[in-house]
Write a protein that binds this ligand. Sequence first.
Ligand SMILES: [Fe+2]
Ligand SMILES: [Fe+2]
Length: 532
Amino acid sequence: MNDIKINETPVAEEQAQPILTHERSLSRKIAHGSEARDILDQQMAILGIQLVTQLNVLIKTSRIYERTNSALDKPVDTMLTLIKTMAQDQPLRLRLQNDFLFLGDSHLKVNAQQMAVATSIIDVLNVWKIGGITFSLAVESKDLREFAALFVSLDPAKNTIEDLQKEIISRNVAGIGLEDQRELQIRPGTGATASSQFGDTNSAGSDGVKNVDSKGQRKIAAKNGYVKVGESVGSLTKAAREGGTVSFKQAKRAIQNIIDIMQDDEATVLGLTTLRCHDEYTHNHSVNVSLLSIALANRVGYPKVELADLGLAALFHDMGKSTIPLEVLNKPGEFTDDDWMLMRNHPTEGVLILSRMRGITNLPGRMAAASFEHHMNQDFSGYPKLAVPWTLSLTGRILTIADCYDAMTSSRVYRREPMSPSKVLNMMFSKSGKAFDPVLLKLFVNCVGIIPIGSLVMLETNELAVVLKPAADKANAERPLVRVIADPQGDSVEHGREVDLTEKDETGEFRHHIIRLVDNTEYKFDTSRYFT
Ligand SMILES: [Fe+2]
Ligand SMILES: [Fe+2]
């Protein structure tokens, strides 16, 4: 067996050598948000990629060699060094969530070369339905060898993750644990608010959002939050145009409140994005894009504190538009070539404006990425065009989806008739993998539903209804929760009943079903009033 060659590209030398980056326990002493923390996080991410790479080599090599074979020495030794470096403070958690790898709470970003390795590990974890592997300082060489041998000797088609866990225990594998895969729905509120992580102690209470228990109160709080976020975009855009000092504090606080509500009730918050106020000052588009991005990032598994940063970045993705004269922005007719040139510059202008703003020190990379990348598209068919290779950030890819969805469903952005939400989703799916990241697009549909929130549908009773919430059960994705808004004669009904389309009668048949989707533009309904 020993003479079999491993049919695999050797791991590049520099990748195999772990860098011992920091003093033990240093991570506890460095404040969040500081530059030192940024550097530490970056180094942890590099080490995390190395760990994934070595784990991949270890598993592949174990498929060919016995556990004691020296061919396993290198990946095992490297992994041990990495674990001893990274698990000083707490066990190291490599997690898989919705096909993204995380190290603890940080998303492990991989470049094009690392993609194959990451995909290979993601596949292995998915086959076993493993949601995470933890490594603690107790792990030794024999444990890693035994663990890898188990992985390749048991058949995932015949064994479950529980069987694997039992074997780990019975073979005395120390320092390695497995976590179940959880389908990420909406994380329940934890009690701790995102705001507390910013050291902003009185923020949630002042807006009356905390302790919101009843559904009605939550709706009011959500709407207030929406308005507050809108106001802060308004004042910051004004400050950008006039060169004043900007403070993101109000916007950040308002976003944190919205995140708190969203974690209990995603549908209510997303329902707000169907608000189509016709007045400019609320800056609905920016707020909607922010809420949709937060919801998508929540599905991706972003930790709460990062959701707030992403929401803020999303809020200012179109800051570059403040350089475009209002007469161009509000032009009723067709754009000239010059107008388009100005429009196409707004992502780059946005980065310049954000970096020049007084009041911002250290422009967060995520904010710059949100502005710079949101019209680039997955296949770089959009703008700006770059002469150098570019890797789109996760923030940029999330933004592209949220931005396009809101722009197409709303009439205001390009001043044309809005498309119905389901038509927009269909159009977006036709560009999956081209304009949009396919995995993110699927997750996005989970948020808004196949028949998206705010859609109008005709029931078999000839009653018209509006979609309030996607079905919780994916198998019944085409059966959302709806509210009747017009009777069979077409007369509008106030306080119409809610119909759960997944509900069955005594014979096991569905009580109601949708006979057709109705284009919102057919009826001049403002569906948002059913959410507020
Ligand atoms: Fe834009
Ligand atoms: Fe936009």
